[in-house]
Design a protein around this ligand. Structure first.
Ligand code: C2E
Ligand code: CA
Ligand code: CA
Ligand code: CA
Length: 280
């Protein structure tokens, strides 16, 4: 029995060691990739449901490895947050997204396209976050109103006053704050009045069910009405079917985003999509 116990211990140690080695290797890989600028924004269109035209894009990070392999954010954002690399990654996303806004401002001067960039709550631990945003805007030479930021309400869980002050400073520059994943937090409603945001993004988990049952449909309708009464705009995320789109239009939801329109696209393909001037 003793021997078997020791054997188990060894297996356990080796498994732990394996996990730690993988994490270490991943950390080294990420540092190298940040230096080599392998993290790129892909762009997913956000459609104005009144006009049926693209109004904006959400920037979503992808890790483009030298071999051509594409790694999705779910696989590296949590680690980046844990080991403190999210700040550098986040700054690069702000910079490259602002550069793309500048390019679209030149190619499509009449379209006033906006781009929203996701921010991790961890980035608000940096006292110079607002300066980083200013720098990205100045370097790209864009109007601040073309840039938007997506934040989840969970960032108000701690250090609330300091974070609200930063969000207010960002808004004072004309940069919109979008409340991401609305409906998934456990205290959405209690944070709503303290969150300096004009736009709600309804989480895809609600949108997907909007044509499935009356219950989900009425929840989405209630969120759209709530937002309207609070003077906020609403973006429905995760729209995958024509039926979902029709239901959202019937509710007078302002904007929609999802695979039904397009997946997140590399910059060149997003540019081609704008040029095609599609209407949904
Ligand atoms: P999110 O901000 O909620 O982004 C929406 C996610 O839903 C994206 O996944 C998008 O590709 C996916 N999506 C869009 N339309 C549909 C649809 O019709 N159906 C389905 N099933 N999915 C759809 P993605 O790109 O894998 O990103 C996952 C999460 O990673 C994001 O969720 C966000 O929390 C985080 N993330 C992505 N880019 C960044 C970034 O640059 N910085 C930070 N801090 N987080 C990021
Ligand atoms: Ca988002
Ligand atoms: Ca979301
Ligand atoms: Ca999410």
């Amino acid at each position: 029995a003793k021997q078997r116990g020791r054997g188990k211990m060894e297996v356990f140690d080796r498994a732990m060691q394996g996990t730690m080695l993988r994490a270490l290797k991943m950390e080294q890989e990420m540092r190298r990739a940040l230096a080599a600028h392998e993290f790129l924004p892909y762009f997913q269109p956000i459609v104005d449901l009144e006009s049926g035209r693209i109004a904006a894009f959400e920037a979503l990070v992808r890790w483009q490895q030298p071999g051509g392999q594409l790694i999705s954010p779910a696989e590296f954002i949590p680690l980046a947050e844990e080991i403190g690399l999210i700040n550098q990654l986040g700054r690069q996303m702000l910079e490259t997204s602002a550069q793309q806004i500048a390019a679209w401002q030149r190619i499509f001067p009449d379209q006033m396209l906006r781009v929203s960039v996701n921010l991790s709550g961890k980035q608000f631990n940096q006292p110079d976050l607002v300066e980083q945003i200013d720098a990205a805007i100045a370097l790209a030479g864009i109007e601040p109103g073309r840039l938007e930021l997506e934040i989840t309400e969970s960032i108000l869980m701690d250090n609330t006053d300091a974070i609200i002050a930063m969000l207010e400073a960002i808004r004072a520059r004309g940069i919109q704050i979008l409340m991401d994943d609305f409906g998934t937090g456990y205290s959405s409603l209690s944070y709503l009045h303290r969150f300096p945001s004009n736009v709600l993004k309804i989480d895809g988990s609600f949108v997907r069910q909007v044509t499935e049952d009356r219950f989900s449909r009425e929840i989405v309708r209630a969120i759209v009405l709530l937002a309207r009464n609070l003077g906020m705009a609403v973006i429905a995320e995760g729209v995958e079917t024509a039926e979902q789109l029709a239901a959202l239009r019937e509710m007078a939801c302002d904007f929609a985003q999802g695979y039904f329109f397009a997946k997140p696209l590399p910059a060149a393909e997003a540019t081609a999509l704008i040029a095609a001037n599609r209407q949904w």
